[in-house]
Every structure is written in C-alpha cells, then in structure tokens.
Ligand binder design. Sequence first.
Ligand SMILES: NC(=O)C1=CN([C@@H]2O[C@H](COP(=O)(O)OP(=O)(O)OC[C@H]3O[C@@H](n4cnc5c(N)ncnc54)[C@H](O)[C@@H]3O)[C@@H](O)[C@H]2O)C=CC1
Ligand SMILES: O=C(O)CCC(=O)C(=O)O
Length: 418
Amino acid sequence: MSEEANPFESLQEQVDDASAYLDVSPDVLERLKNPERVLETNLSVEMDDGHLEVFRAFRSQFNGDRGPYKGGIRYHPNVSRDEVKALSGWMVYKTAVVDIPYGGGKGGIVIDPDDYSESELERVTRSFAKELRPLIGEDKDIPAPDVNTGQREMNWIKDTYEKLENTTAPGVITGKALDSGGSEGRVEATGRSTMLTAREAFDYLDKEMEGATVAVQGYGNAGSIAAYLTEDLGANIVAASDSSGAIYNPDGFDAREAKAFKAETGSLSDFDGATEEMSNEDLLTLDVDLLIPAALENAIDGDLANDVQADVIVEAANGPLTPEADDVLTDRDVAVFPDILANAGGVTVSYFEWVQNRQRFYWTEERVNDELERVIVEAFEDLIDAYESNDVPNFRTAAYVVAIQRVVDAYEQGGNWP
Ligand SMILES: NC(=O)C1=CN([C@@H]2O[C@H](COP(=O)(O)OP(=O)(O)OC[C@H]3O[C@@H](n4cnc5c(N)ncnc54)[C@H](O)[C@@H]3O)[C@@H](O)[C@H]2O)C=CC1
Ligand SMILES: O=C(O)CCC(=O)C(=O)O
C-alpha cells in the first residue's frame, strides 16, 4: 500500500491538471488552489462528569467568488486542517459544476461522536456554533451536514446562531429537520445525485442498468440511498460495506432491507440477505458493473486501482480516489464519474432549502426531486460537452474544466479590489 495521499495536495493536483486546458494566469491559479481563510479553534467543553475536554475544530472558506461559502461540517477523529481545506475546495468546484450561486467552504471537529453522550455532543456543537458565528450567515457562509452530522446538529447550530443574533435566520444552515425549516428531499439528495449520475453515465456509455451489478463502499447517508435508488432503476446491489466490514451476495440483496438492518443493529454484519462477508478491500476489487465509493477520501490508491475490476465508478464520497488511482484507471479505461458532480445533489437541495427559507415558501418533494434531476442532467451534459470538445483524459478533468472556467469568469468580472 502506498503512502496515504494528502487530500489537499490531491485537490491542488486536480485543479492544476484541468487548468492546463484553460487560459488561467499563474496568479489566478494560486487563488484557485488555496483557501481564502481557515478558522482553527479549540473548543473547551464540559463533559457530563464535570471535567473539561478540548476539541480541535476548523472552518475553511475556500472561495466566495460565485456566492456565499457553502459546505458541510464533519465529525470524525481523522479531521485535519488539510482535509478540511481539501473538502472546502471540492465544494467550490462542485457548486460551480452544477452552477448554483455559491462558493465553497467546509468545517470539521476532531471527535469520534460514538464516544460522547447526546448532551455532550450538543455542548460541543453549540460551542462550535459560537466560534462560527462571526463567519457564518445567510449571505456569508452556510454550513450543512457531512460525515457523522445530520439534522440534529444542524438544528443546534441554527438555534445557537439565532439566539446569539436575536433573530430568525433559518437559511444560516441547511440540512435541518423539516419542522425547523428543512427541505423535503434533502436527506435523499446526495444519493439521488449519485443515482442520476450513474443513470446518465450508463446511458452515455451504452450500458444497461437493468441487471447491472453494483458494489457500494460506505453504507451511510450517501451510500445506502444511492444503493436503493439505483436498485429502483433495475440494478442488482451485490455488495456493501461500512467501517466494520463488507457483505456480499452474488445474486443481490434488498438495499432498503440492508439499510433498515444497519439502522437497527448499527452494522451490516450478520445481515441475512448476504451470503458471505468480505474485507473492504475485496469489495473495492469485485468484478461488478458499477462501483460506488461512498465512505471517505483515499479509498482507492494507485496500487489498489490496478486491481479494480468495475467497469464504471461513480463517486458518492468526496475524494475517494487518489490522483495516482485516477491515472491508473484512466490508462485502464475505467470510466470514473467524479464526486463534484455525482454527490452534488446534497448541496443542490441545500440550495433549494435556502431558497425556500429566504422566501418562507416551501416546495413539495416532487418539485424538489424534479428540480434536482434537471440540475444534475444539465451538469452531466455540460461535463460531456467539455469531455468531447477538449482533449482531456477523463471525466474528472472535464468536470474541473467546466467548473474552473465558471469560477474564473466570476472572479474576473468582479474587477480589482486590493
Ligand atoms: N451527507 C451529505 O449530504 C453528503 C456527503 N458527502 C460525502 O459522502 C461521504 C459519506 O458521507 P455520509 O454518507 O454523509 O456519511 P455517513 O456518516 O452517513 O456514512 C459514512 C459511512 O461510511 C462508512 N465507512 C467509514 N469508513 C469506511 C471504510 N473504510 N470502509 C467502508 N465504509 C466505511 C461508515 O461506517 C458509514 O456507514 C463523505 O465523503 C461525504 O463527504 C458528499 C456530499 C453530501
Ligand atoms: O449541503 C451542503 O451544503 C454541502 C454538502 C457537502 O458538504 C458536500 O457536498 O460535500
């Protein structure tokens, strides 16, 4: 196994690769590769037994040329400054490729939420919200969920912000519960964009989705929903994994039942729809029609990429392939459809949530899903146009060509400000 890639360096390499196909000056390129600012703070929080614990937390505001900074907040022991910088950069190019009026940001706390009670997590989250308060706002920076955060944490942040500001501002954060100003369809939105990208990709590549075999790495919000929506298209989910291991059934299993089993027991192991258990690495190298990495960065590195047998990869996770893996898979003609499009449903429906919050007028789930489908299909078409009209090596570079041009246009149209 090669040395773990630094996600921030991976992002920078992706931007460099695509900029070579565009007329971008070296100084503008520096802007495109580095965050505008990063908050790094220590949260001192009282635990249930009275002792104080300190948690390192970050918020990176990468680029705001196209609108307010936008992006999730992650709770994970491996959160680092460089990871948050990378994730915030990917948000810039994600919001640009689907052409919604946002920049990119991301935050995180170094914490394993499984080790803390709900009241401790609430105090940690409210403490982070207090630190974030000067930076965030409905027109400034709008956080959202990511790994290990969801409606509960978003509601705590909204409540803290509104109390400190003595106002109502539901659009300060997205991914909220419905009763707190959330949007229909947000919970499913990330997986839905992965399904839509896979559907469009199979169509473009003249592949049949009916009966296609699918393996999903990471069976959380993004992965499990991508799995059952792809199953609804006629595909056969044959393997899935979470942090405790992978399950497999060559004849396929019911993706919704697997999700319900994990929700009930906390893991996929012993799910009776599976015929065998396997390692996470074995799942990633299964001979399937479609592989959906939906866990964390660097799931597939250059070494493992040589063993990947899937025909098509659609990335639900952010940054699951290292640049070396990309090179190997490009050489091996494996079609990779990138994260910045394939998981953009989350931020797109976050945008719809924010629009609804600003208008105090709420949409039906059908309207949300129809608008999301329109956005993803149009973005897919833009990506294919860029792929076919530039001599780019793969779909990722094509997506960045589209996205970078939009960010550069917005920056240049802004004129000079010292
Ligand atoms: N939740 C959202 O709206 C969005 C999430 N994403 C990305 O999707 C990915 C997953 O996020 P969520 O589904 O929200 O998180 P989640 O916390 O709901 O689920 C993550 C899943 O990955 C599993 N996992 C962790 N390490 C693993 C490993 N080494 N092998 C296999 N499984 C492993 C966990 O057990 C869990 O089932 C992340 O890269 C996130 O940034 C991207 C866009 C939006
Ligand atoms: O919903 C959002 O605003 C951002 C979701 C997110 O963090 C992501 O797309 O990686």
